[in-house]
Design a protein around this ligand. Structure first.
Ligand code: ADP
Ligand code: MG
Length: 341
């Protein structure tokens, strides 16, 4: 995860543009308690985080969620000195003992690498260092082809050895980045905490990575908007109804820079080291687990619509919407069941 400071308001826009969530409650039939909400917005994980609890005015669980966010950030950040990921990346191939959460997340990430035939690969970090994306300023660097070749020679998820909570990089020059999966994982952990405290209606929004907990207090589904790629007015392409479900989008249209009239975005191909160019503008995943939705949105973006759909159809309870640069929509077999016209 690239944790650099950026403008709070810029990110607030980014976050609201990515996915908008309609929270209309059924006012007339609700008791005052059901109408109560508590919410908190802050800057964390290099993005704007917004949490809302329904049916309560309690602020304390929100404070605890923000403290959990800090804890996870200090484990999973690539650039925070002393984090688990930082320790792995500075281990020169020596075994590193990490927290059980980090080990669990790396295990899941490696599983998605295997399922996606390496399209999702957390050892993408040497390439990310070269491209040096600074999304908030829409800046970055187009590396030389030979630099890309050299970095690519260290990209291979099979070189990450996980034994319990011990991680060893079999290639000492390899390094890992969890930016394609960490927000989803953290959203799931916040959900687990809220449920353990008895909060069963909530909305977790980590920079557009949405996880709905339960349903709205009146029992109806949350409505989550999927943004129309490139739309400056924040238009929505689809709205989906969600209970206990995560909605995560990976796209080319937010985190990118332009050079010599060409656009370079931040989802890289582990095969050639360049931003993936396959005619897709975005991929949205619907899944009960936000970890799965996050990993799959990145993986399916890299795989493209054909292989991506094949992967989605092989998984239970997960749906996807692929949107091309021409705004053509390609969806998985069960996606329409969630859409609201
Ligand atoms: P966002 O971070 O905007 O929510 P994604 O979930 O698609 O978007 O994650 C993109 C991030 O994933 C990149 O910024 C980078 O940290 C990482 N990444 C880029 N390419 C890959 C890849 N092929 N496999 C795994 N992670 C990747
Ligand atoms: Mg992702």
């Amino acid at each position: 995860m690239n944790i650099k400071k950026r403008s709070f308001w810029g990110l607030l826009c980014l976050c609201t543009l990515t996915l908008t969530v309609s929270m209309l409650t059924n006012g007339c039939s609700l008791s005052s308690d059901k109408n109560a909400t508590a919410s908190k917005t802050g800057f964390c994980l290099d993005t704007v985080v917004s949490l809302t609890l329904y049916g309560t005015k309690e602020e304390a669980p929100l404070e605890e969620c923000f403290s959990l966010l800090e804890t996870y950030e200090s484990l999973l950040s690539r650039i925070k000195e002393g984090s688990d990921v930082w320790n792995i990346n500075h281990s020169s191939g020596m075994p590193v003992t990490v927290s059980k959460e980090t080990a669990q997340l790396i295990e899941t990430a490696l599983d998605y690498s295997a399922r996606s035939d390496g399209a999702f690969d957390i050892t993408i970090a040497p390439l990310l260092d070269l491209w040096n994306f600074k999304p908030e300023q829409h800046e970055g660097t187009v590396p030389d082809a030979d630099q890309i070749q050299e970095a690519l020679s260290h990209v291979d998820y099979k070189k990450v050895q996980l034994d319990g909570a011990t991680v060893t990089l079999l290639d000492p020059q390899a390094s890992i980045d969890l930016g394609g999966i960490a927000k989803g994982y953290i959203a799931d952990r916040l959900r687990d905490y809220l449920i353990s405290e008895g909060y069963d209606s909530a909305l977790i929004n980590l920079g557009g990575n949405i996880l709905t907990v339960g349903a709205k207090p009146d029992g109806s589904a949350f409505r989550v908007g999927i943004r129309k790629p490139f739309s400056e007015s924040g238009e929505q392409l689809e709205t989906v109804a969600c209970k206990d479900r995560s909605v995560v989008t990976s796209g080319t249209y937010e985190r990118y820079f332009e050079q010599d009239g060409k656009r370079y975005h931040h989802i890289l191909s582990p095969s050639d080291g360049y931003p993936v160019e396959n005619g897709l503008a975005s991929v949205t995943i619907l899944s009960p687990s936000s970890t799965d939705a996050d990993a799959l949105s990145t993986a399916c973006f890299v795989l493209g619509p054909e292989k991506g759909l094949e992967l989605i159809e092989s998984l239970d309870g997960i749906e996807a919407l692929f949107v091309t640069d021409e705004l053509e929509e390609i969806s998985s077999s069960g996606f329409q069941a969630y859409t609201i016209s």
